[in-house]
Ligand binder design. Structure first.
Ligand code: SF4
Length: 135
């Protein structure tokens, strides 16, 4: 069986202006539904011209898609976020970030997570505490 490793991927968000950040934070609250662009402009307190510029920039950065939609008697765009908010909660308390073997642990390393008692203990304790939360 092929070895499996916990892979931590760090995705750096594209550089954004304050208004773009504010827009994407607002959009993230609506997840897959998104917002009509006029609703977003209203919530941001910007003009439609300024708002359109923000939407186009966010689309170019790949963080939203602009979907054509007929709403309120005219064609407009719905802005739907293409990114999701993530939390570090699932890996909270994992032993790897502070482990002294971290730099030699892995597929090519001298230490394997497959035989690591610390990771086994952490996985076991986190899954058993999640089971307890459900009951
Ligand atoms: S030895 Fe264990 S705790 Fe340390 S980095 Fe590897 S898997 Fe994580």
């Amino acid at each position: 069986m092929e070895e499996q490793y916990l892979l931590l991927v760090y995705v750096l968000p594209p550089k954004m202006s304050k208004l773009e950040e504010k827009a994407i934070k607002l959009l993230l609250k609506y997840e897959n539904r998104g917002l009509l662009q006029s609703e977003l402009w209203h919530k941001l307190g910007v003009t439609s011209r300024e708002g359109s510029r923000i939407a186009i920039k966010l689309e170019k950065k790949g963080v939203v898609k602009r979907v054509k939609e007929f709403a309120k008697d005219r064609w407009t765009r719905r802005l739907v976020p293409l990114i999701k908010q993530v939390t570090l909660e699932p890996i909270k308390g994992a032993p790897c970030p502070s482990c002294i073997y971290n730099n030699v642990c892995g597929k090519q390393g001298t230490v394997s997570p497959n035989t690591c008692l610390w990771i086994e203990e952490w996985v076991t304790s986190s899954t058993s505490s999640k089971s307890l939360e459900k009951t």
